[in-house]
Design a protein around this ligand. Structure first.
Ligand code: SF4
Length: 168
């Protein structure tokens, strides 16, 4: 309230973590893990036509230690899963994971002993993108979903870790 008795709106109050989360949502640093045909659509999503820089997520990092969003696109074999898990563990918190395509999310049509039937059996997934392969529009939709989670401080990895610990 100002001295003259009129309300003043020259300032706003918020919490520091709200500002930090807002900035995180607008500056995701994705780590691509593309291993099959879905990766082609992931690459297309990063081309100028779809322009991921609109969402502040255009800087692909090929170092897990500099990334906060893991994008898994394609079939993951059981032999490859330890590598993917290691990459996930090397990423600093807070972090998110996107499972792109039917194969990464459920094994897709490859119901075989050699392929992981869903990466969420090993690492937490924050956004699933359906399709074989998904369109770039679906990728962008998932990206916006991750942004929303980042802004609200929601991470599946927290629940996943505690659930794994409880089951051990
Ligand atoms: S979901 Fe379809 S396009 Fe994607 S990796 Fe599997 S077979 Fe290829």
């Amino acid at each position: 309230m100002g001295l003259s008795g009129q309300k003043s709106f020259d300032f706003a109050t918020t919490r520091l973590d709200s500002i930090i989360n807002y900035c995180r949502g607008a500056s995701l640093w994705p780590m691509p893990f593309g291993v099959a045909c879905c990766a082609i659509e992931m690459m297309a999503s990063y081309m100028p036509k779809y322009d991921s820089s609109r969402f502040g997520a255009e800087v692909l990092k090929f170092s897990p230690r500099q990334s906060d969003l893991l994008i898994v696109s394609g079939r993951i074999s059981l032999k490859m899963m330890p590598v993917l898990t290691r990459i996930w563990e090397q990423m600093p918190e807070p972090k998110w994971c996107m499972s792109m395509g039917a194969c990464a999310s459920s094994g897709g049509v490859f119901d075989t002993y050699a392929l992981v039937q869903g990466i969420d059996q090993f690492i937490p997934v924050d956004a699933y993108i359906p399709g074989c392969p998904p369109r770039p529009e679906a990728f962008i939709d998932a990206l916006m979903m991750i942004q929303e989670k980042a802004r609200n401080g929601i991470q599946r990895s927290r629940d996943f870790t505690s659930a794994a610990g409880a089951g051990a």
